[in-house]
Design a protein around this ligand. Structure first.
Ligand SMILES: Cc1cc2nc3c(=O)[nH]c(=O)nc-3n(C[C@H](O)[C@H](O)[C@H](O)COP(=O)(O)OP(=O)(O)OC[C@H]3O[C@@H](n4cnc5c(N)ncnc54)[C@H](O)[C@@H]3O)c2cc1C
Length: 414
């Protein structure tokens, strides 16, 4: 049984069938909509030119007859309790279902901050299809939008609102946008792009309160004393793992459901994957929770393969993308952090090579896809002397081709 029918849950269920599993597969989901893609909710779904009525169809994660064709039951309801002794899950509506193996793919939900005025009409958050449809119709009526939080979702919403010709301000408490996710050169490029589009960026400041009149938001008062009039306020202040179900069942949690390198929880009959899972690293004693499509789908595929047979511990390169108007951002990172950054200009954009202890450990690209794809093949293999960082005509693609040739010549290569 799989709890949650997002990217991770659907991938796990589909992976079980693809791997030849013949037993019953049930997915439990709280969502009213057919399983759908989440990234477009802050991008295409807010675009006036995209037809709202067709959204839930066009964003489907799988064709509509996929689940019946593959004998995957999709059960609407909320899993409210796991009885680990009897291996049963209590679902709303009085239903109790048994499991041989349980996969928690419960995702994350928007972080809720204690902000006066956050419950006023006109204040929106964005996680689900229903949130996106509500935000979309609010954008249809809005003139002035204030986005709280300069992370990916906040900047993507700002971009969509700006494209509609609305007056947009973004309030970010850090000193740069996307500060927790990308290096300063990428933050600077993103900020410059949005400012050029007409977005007002207020950095190093935060909302003190949302002010309302007759129950509706009319503006945001900032801590630094700015008054930002608004008929629409969007909260984009991060997400928290949906790990309450696991915690209530006595599973180990800490900013997510704690899993080992096989994505198993502290109960070997329960796995956790995707946004809700925090994967432990036995070598360092740390754990890391990621929120990305690559992470959710890779972990979904992995857990299906592991249920079906012997597999090595889970390993994947964490990657992420974001589209903001004309900006296409791509990030990949083998380990967090860096001690050196090298910026390489491309034809239409640039890439930032992140180095740690002499190894290339990350690549962040802005409108520079070809270099990005070449550089990611070199991660954790190339030292600065080898990549001749200071050479003006240094060519990442040539180096990637050379590395592939060396790989092909190694014994055991296919
Ligand atoms: C607006 C937005 C834009 C994004 N853009 C990008 C992007 O450009 N690139 C990228 O890589 N990532 C992006 N992400 C992140 C990406 O969408 C997530 O990392 C991914 O969807 C996680 O998949 P998941 O299956 O783990 O969780 P989810 O997709 O959140 O699915 C979990 C599901 O479980 C259900 N559920 C939870 N608890 C229960 C319960 N007790 N019983 C039954 N059902 C339950 C939830 O309702 C939900 O439907 C974006 C996210 C958002 C919100």
């Amino acid at each position: 049984m799989v709890i949650g029918a997002g990217h991770a849950g659907v991938q796990a269920a589909a992976g079980l069938r693809a791997g030849g599993y013949g037993g019953p597969v049930t997915m439990v989901t709280t969502e009213a909509h057919f399983p759908y893609e989440r990234p477009p909710l802050s991008k295409e779904a807010l675009d006036q030119e995209v037809d709202a009525a067709s959204l839930s169809f066009s964003l489907s994660l799988r064709p509509h007859d996929f689940f019946t064709d593959h004998r995957i039951s999709v059960l609407r309801g909320q899993a409210i309790e796991i009885d680990r002794l009897s291996q049963r899950v209590q679902i709303t509506g009085g239903r109790r279902l048994g499991y041989d193996h349980l996969v928690l793919a419960t995702g994350a939900s928007p972080r809720r901050i204690t902000l006066p005025g956050a419950a006023l009409v006109g204040v929106h958050e964005l996680r689900t299809m229903s949130d996106a449809l509500a935000l979309r119709s609010a954008l249809d009526r809005a003139r002035r939008v204030v986005v709280l939080g300069g992370g990916f979702i906040g900047m993507e919403v700002a971009s969509a609102a700006c494209k509609r010709g609305l007056h947009v301000s973004v309030l970010e408490q850090g000193d740069r946008v996307l500060g927790r996710a990308v290096s300063p050169p990428v933050s600077a490029a993103v900020a410059a792009h949005h400012r050029a589009e007409g977005v007002r960026l207020l950095l190093g400041d935060q909302a003190d309160r949302v002010v309302g009149r007759n129950g509706r938001a009319v503006g945001v008062q900032t801590v630094a004393g700015e008054w930002l009039p608004a008929d629409l306020v969007v909260l984009g202040v991060g997400s928290i793992a949906e790990d309450g179900l696991a915690r209530r069942a006595g599973l180990a949690t800490d900013d997510g459901v704690l899993v080992d390198e096989w994505l198993l929880t502290s109960d070997p009959r329960i796995s956790a994957i995707g946004d809700c899972a925090s994967v432990g690293d036995a070598a360092t004693g740390t754990s890391r929770r990621l929120e990305s499509i690559q992470n959710a789908t890779d972990q979904g595929s992995y857990v299906a393969a592991r249920i079906l047979g012997d597999v090595p511990p889970y390993h994947a390169l964490p990657s992420f993308w974001s589209n903001q108007g004309a900006l296409k951002l791509q990030m990949v990172r083998s380990v967090p952090g860096h001690d050196r950054l090298v910026v390489r200009q491309g034809d239409a954009g640039f890439s930032v090579l992140c180095l740690q202890d002499g190894l290339l450990t990350g690549v962040e690209s802005v409108n520079d896809s070809a270099i990005h794809m070449a550089a990611r093949r070199l991660l954790s293999r190339i030292t600065p002397t080898e990549i001749e960082l200071e050479e003006v005509d240094f060519d990442v693609r040539k180096l990637a081709r050379r590395a592939m040739t060396v790989d092909a010549a190694l014994p055991g290569s296919p």
